[in-house]
Design a protein around this ligand. Sequence first.
Ligand SMILES: *Cc1c(COP(=O)(O)O)cnc(C)c1O
Length: 222
Amino acid sequence: MGAKELEQVWANMARAAKRFDGDEREPPKLIAVSKTYGADDIVPVIEAGQRDFGENRVQEAQGKWPELRAQYPDLTLHLIGPLQTNKTKDAVALFDVIHSVDREKVARYLKKEMDAQGKNIPLFVQVNIGEEEQKSGIAPDHTVEFVRYCREDLGLDIQGLMAIPPVGEPAAPFFARLVELGKLAGLSKFSMGMSADYETAIEMGASYVRVGSAIFGARDYG
Ligand SMILES: *Cc1c(COP(=O)(O)O)cnc(C)c1O
C-alpha cells in the first residue's frame, strides 16, 4: 500500500471534481490520514508527491512528524481528531490546520494558546451532523451561533465545517446538510469524505477529503 493507491485516489478525485456542478471553487485537496502508520509507510507517500497529512491524536503525531517535517519542510499537517484541552499547546505548536473545533472550551483554549504562540491557525468547526449521542461536534441547530461566536467574539480564523456522517448510512444527505449549514453560517469550505465516500463528498462540494485506509491499508486500531 502507498504510492500506487495514492495515485488511484488522486485520479478518482479528479473525476469526481468534474461531476461537481456548484459554484466555482478550488480543486478539492486530499489529506492522507496516516494515523497508526509510521515513517516507513509515510515516506513513500511523501515521495510520490502528497503534501497534506492528517493525524487524529496529538501525542502520536508528536512522535513521528517533527522528524519528517525537518526532512520535508513543505508539508501541511492537519489535526482531524478530538482535541483534549490539555493538549492545546502541543497541537498549536505542531499542526497547520485544525479540523476538530467541537466545543466552546476548545475554541477558548485555542484562542489563548494561539495568542501565546503568535499564531492564527486556520480552523474547521466539527458538526455532529447525524446528531449522534456518542459523537463529538456542535449540534446542527447551534452551528451558526457557534461559528459567529468563534469568529466575532474570539477572532478565530474559521474556514469551514467538518463532519463525520453516521456509520452504515448513505453519507450524501449528511454532506448536503453540512453544505446547507455552511451557507447559513457564511462558510464555503467543507472537510468531509473518507475512504468509503470521498468521491461523493467531492461531487457535493468538499474542499478537503480525509482518506486513510484507501491509501495506507486497513488499520489494526485507530
Ligand atoms: C481515521 C479518520 C479518517 C480516515 O478514515 P478512512 O476510512 O481510513 O479513510 C478520516 N477522518 C477522521 C476524523 C478520522 O479519524
